[in-house]
Structures are given as structure tokens and as C-alpha cells.
Design a protein around this ligand. Sequence first.
Ligand SMILES: CC(C)(COP(=O)(O)OP(=O)(O)OC[C@H]1O[C@@H](n2cnc3c(N)ncnc32)[C@H](O)[C@@H]1OP(=O)(O)O)[C@@H](O)C(=O)NCCC(=O)NCCS
Length: 328
Amino acid sequence: MNLRSVGIIGTGKYVPERVLTNEDLEKMVDTSDEWIVTRTGIKERRIAAEHEATSDLAYHAAQEALKAAGITAEQLDLIVVTTVTPDMTFPSTACLLQERLGAKRAAAFDLSAACSGFIYGLANASNFIAMGTYQYALVVGAECLSRITDYTDRNTCILFGDGAGAAVLGPVAEGRGFQSFELGADGSGKELLKLEGGGSRHPASHQTVDDKLHYLYMNGREVFKFAVRVMGNAADEALKKAGKMKEDIDLLIPHQANTRIIHAAIERLNLPEEKCVINLPKYANTSAASIPLALAEAVEEGRVKEGDTLLLVGFGGGLTWSASVIQW
Ligand SMILES: CC(C)(COP(=O)(O)OP(=O)(O)OC[C@H]1O[C@@H](n2cnc3c(N)ncnc32)[C@H](O)[C@@H]1OP(=O)(O)O)[C@@H](O)C(=O)NCCC(=O)NCCS
């Protein structure tokens, strides 16, 4: 079977207006701007308005991506939303988005792979197009992490923000587009990063709320070690599968969780810092939204040129990791 070349033909992003700075957090928990900046690189993050939910953020990013791709919502065959903060358990956020966009022909589902989700979504959707099953797909990473963050816990509340990034996928010139995917999971790390409340094991109850199980839990130190190791390995594997060398990379777009983790990846790949997109100081960690948000911003700023080799790499809860090489 002849597979078609598939690539990203349009990107978009959306962040809520409200800014929560480190100084704001100093008034909420025992922390300091200095601690947050030196340990994480984060300066501020965006917080969704009360009336906004994940599908609203996704909608704005998707509209921008459709416009950039030059197609209408009705031309979409598939919508994949990757998120750990869906509007509700079901229907999926993808179905809510499908209706709002008026993407009447599109199949729609959510994909859960935490911060690795966007690249998992790209791998998934691109296969449908490569096979010729579909022509156009929309992949959105969108999160309202502020809704699952405990703003009395200084270990986690400084790290996360809200936002959305989107990409329209379609057929591209032969040899262009996605060159490789490297996806992985290690469920033995399930306790390191989790939200237990409200699922079938711990259905929502007064007790789960009292125990704060509706908030994200993280073992930061262990996740840090895992992230440094896995970012490098996933990047190496994706490059190898694509037949590329480290020197071929024009732009690295890593998951935005901590500048120290990003710098470890830059060092391992032997890259100058200007070849890496870092918007973490403005938005903090937006989980599944972080990579598409960084990609859309890089495109907007003219940092992505035709023919460039991009390396996307992410890691997150599960534990999971993901990487992809793209010839733009
Ligand atoms: C969370 C993280 C920033 C903490 O940095 P760290 O250098 O590992 O810090 P430690 O966990 O060693 O904590 C050091 C101390 O700072 C304290 N501390 C934690 N949060 C703090 C805050 N916001 N302000 C001030 N002090 C804080 C801790 O209580 C600890 O104090 P103790 O030694 O008295 O117990 C870091 O581990 C990290 O980024 N981990 C990965 C997180 C991540 O990427 N998550 C998303 C995955 S998708």
C-alpha cells in the first residue's frame, strides 16, 4: 500500500486573558518569585475565565488553525482533542468542539496521554490521512489545569496554566511532513502524577473532596528525573527513525514544564539555545496544550521556515513520552 505524505498545514493558539503572576502566588502560598524562577523558569501563567472551559479554549485555537490552513470546518474528517481536563467525562470535548465549529462530517474523540497527548494525537490522526481514509484532521491540545490545581499547595500550584494549541493535518508534497513518531508509556509510574477523584475507582463523594482527590497530585522530584532521561531517549529514537542527525535539527519544540528539563535536552542534543522554543515563562506548564501552543507561536513569529527539520518532544503522566520529526 502506498502511504501519502502527511503534514501540518495550519496552526493556531489561544490563551485566556487573565494573567496570574508569581507575585500573585506569593500572596496565596508560602513561595517567592525568586524560588519559582530559579527552580522552574516560570514567571506567569494564564487562567481561564469563570465562563470558559476547555472546549472554549480549543474552539478559538481551532478556528485560527483552520484559517491558517485555508479550509473550512465542514471539510474536516476527524477531530482529536487531547486533554486531561475535558469539559466533562462525556460527551468528549472533541464532540463539543465538533458541534461548535460546525464540522458536520467529522468523527470526533478525545485522547488521554497527559502532556504527551498532542504528539500521540498527531501520530493517530496522521495515519488516517496517510492511509487515504481521511483528507483533513484537526488535532487540538487544550487544558484548563487551573480547575484541577490546589491553590493551597505550593508544590504544584506554581507550575500550571491554561491554554490551547491546534494543528490542521492534511496531505503534503511527497517527502515532507511527518518523518517519524516515537511514542511510549510506563504505567509503573502511575503514582507519580495523577488525579484520582471522580473516576470509577474513586467516584466523586464528600470523602474524595475532603481528601482533595479532585486535585492533581505530583511527585515533582521523581517526575523531574524521569523527564530528563526520557526526553533525550525519545528525541534520539525519533531522529534515528527519521534518518536524521542531531545537527539536522532546525528547531526543537519541547514540552514546556521546567527550563532546567529543557536545558538538559538542549545539552544532550548539542543545540544552541536559539534553536529551541521556550515560552514557559509566559504560560507555565499547560500539559497537552504546551507543544502546540509553542509550535503555533513559533510559526507566528516566523521561526519555522519551509524545509526546516523540527523535533517535537514531550513527556507526562502515565507515565508517557512522545516525539516526532517533521520536515516543514
Ligand atoms: C517541582 C519542582 C520545580 C521542584 O523543584 P526541586 O528543585 O525538585 O525542589 P524540591 O522538590 O527538591 O523541593 C525543595 C524545597 O522547596 C520547597 N518548595 C516546593 N515548592 C515550593 C514553592 N513553590 N516555593 C518555595 N518552596 C517550595 C519544598 O517544600 C522543599 O522544601 P524541603 O526541602 O524543606 O522539603 C521540580 O521537581 C520539577 O520541576 N519537577 C518536574 C515537574 C514537572 O515537570 N511536572 C509536569 C510533568 S508533565
